[in-house]
Design a protein around this ligand. Structure first.
Ligand code: DGI
Ligand code: FE
Ligand code: FE
Length: 191
């Protein structure tokens, strides 16, 4: 599929706001890839597709993941919104013809992160948070600077804010979010 094919298909699969967000993540990821020495085309495609399963029903997401042999955890069953990441990587492979494992992993890990993310995974994780359409947080300017200067620090700060936000709203914390935080925190502490 060409970029245009992917964008057209996504435009049909997502609502307008989500499609705009997707374009924002794609161009942000492409710029970050240039700065950090990652593959800019891979970053663009991963950015485009990272939320491709956002409008899939909860039932279908669970079904897709189980059919693909992926474990669906109890937290994911109770918060099926989390599953748009794993389901997205399945859809990206099946419906958008993506074969690159690093792109598929970047889609799969974009919501909770995971310990030991690749450069591309970190870029997508961060680009999702800082794309220009997301302007609701006052502390985003600092995070946006970090995204280009110190990627690991930026990943850690985003996880920190996400955990605080989840705590404030009393939403269940996915153990993977906490594990990812602990991993990047211990690396930062080691210097
Ligand atoms: O899909 P997006 O909205 O672009 O962004 P995303 O994939 O990062 O999803 C954001 C949502 O995911 C946000 O409302 C917080 C939620 N989230 C992230 N980590 C966790 C989580 N929700 C739960 N319940 N537990 C988590 O650990
Ligand atoms: Fe998402
Ligand atoms: Fe997103």
């Amino acid at each position: 599929m060409t970029y245009t094919d992917i964008r057209k298909r996504l435009e049909g699969a997502l609502d307008e706001e989500r499609f705009e967000h997707t374009l924002g993540v794609a161009v942000t990821a492409r710029m970050m890839a240039r700065i950090h020495g990652a593959d800019a085309d891979a970053a663009y495609v991963a950015g485009l597709l990272h939320d491709c399963a956002k409008n899939v029903s909860h039932k279908d997401k669970i079904h897709m993941c189980e059919k693909a042999g992926l474990t669906v955890t109890s937290v994911e069953k109770e918060n099926p919104g989390l599953l748009h990441a794993k389901a997205g990587s399945i859809l990206a492979a099946k419906e958008y013809g993506i074969k690159d494992k690093d792109i598929l992993n970047s889609i799969s890990s974009h919501t909770t992160g995971r310990p030991g993310m690749s450069l591309l995974e970190k870029i997508i994780f961060v680009a999702d948070y800082i794309e220009p359409g997301r302007d609701e947080r006052p502390d985003l300017n600092e995070i946006r600077e970090e995204a280009f200067m110190d990627l690991d620090r930026c990943v850690l700060d985003i996880l920190d804010m996400t955990l605080k936000y989840l705590g404030d709203t009393a939403k269940a914390i996915d153990p993977m979010t906490k594990e990812t935080y602990d991993y990047y925190k211990s690396r930062a502490d080691k210097g």
